[in-house]
Design a protein around this ligand. Structure first.
Ligand code: SF4
Length: 234
């Protein structure tokens, strides 16, 4: 960082954005630090999780652990509520995500947001990430070695948040979190015990739903079940 305070602040905000933290509280003339802390507490009641997520982002750094760094525009870390009850996990960033550095912001992302809202949540209530943090060229499938290099960061994000349930969007996320190569058609809509005994709920990837719109009703039912699991007792 340079010595210009404005530049320092912009760099800091950019660093927070990359770590998926997009809400800040600005000190006004009234209230002071205490009021800011209080307001922050209201919104983020798990600063420990937030801290852990920042550490994961720091650990990734300007990652070059697999060849995908060479073709990425932006690394897409993930974003959302550090206290989320549900973490959505997709496959990898697409073109728009690569451009913006944010997960699920293209057409498939808009559909995901719609499904989240259909069941009464807001996008800010949940956390969204991918198995891979960089876009595979031409949106090809992730390679084994890329998943091996990148997935430890996703798992650390999950450990930081400790959600009640993880919604695996599509085959790659489901296979990673369940440790089994099962077709999504066989496991979709079921609650299964996966990595570290987290509850994993696989459903269709929204990109699949864009190609197969008739399945949207099935996906919506899945999201309703997901909400019951996330908000239920136990
Ligand atoms: S995909 Fe993951 S492991 Fe590969 S360069 Fe990007 S952040 Fe690193």
């Amino acid at each position: 960082m340079g010595s210009d305070p404005k530049r320092q602040l912009l760099n800091l905000l950019e660093w927070y954005r990359e770590a998926g933290i997009t809400e800040y509280f600005v000190l006004g003339s009234e209230g002071g630090q205490e009021a800011v802390e209080e307001k922050r507490e209201e919104r983020v009641s798990c600063p420990e999780n937030e801290e852990l997520l920042l550490k994961v982002r720091e650990e990734i750094g300007d990652c070059r652990r697999c060849p995908l760094w060479q073709t990425r525009t932006n690394l897409v870390f993930g974003e959302g509520n550090p206290c989320a009850k549900v973490v959505f996990v997709g496959e990898a960033p697409g073109e728009e995500e690569d451009k913006q550095g944010r997960p699920f912001v293209g057409l498939a992302g808009q559909l995901l947001t719609k499904l989240i809202e259909e069941v009464g949540w807001k996008r800010e209530d949940v956390y969204i990430a991918n198995v891979l943090k960089c876009r595979p060229p031409g949106n090809r499938n992730p390679k084994e070695e890329e998943i091996e290099a990148c997935s430890p960061f996703l798992l650390k994000q999950i450990e930081a948040i400790k959600p009640k349930v993880i919604c695996a969007l599509g085959t790659f996320a489901a296979q990673l979190l369940l440790g089994k190569k099962l077709p999504i058609s066989r496991i979709r809509g079921k609650v299964l015990l996966g990595w570290k005994n987290y509850r994993v709920f696989p459903t269709f990837h929204p990109a699949y739903l864009l190609r197969n719109p008739k399945q949207k009703a099935v996906a919506l039912r899945d999201f309703e079940v997901l909400k019951e699991i996330a908000e239920g007792e136990g």
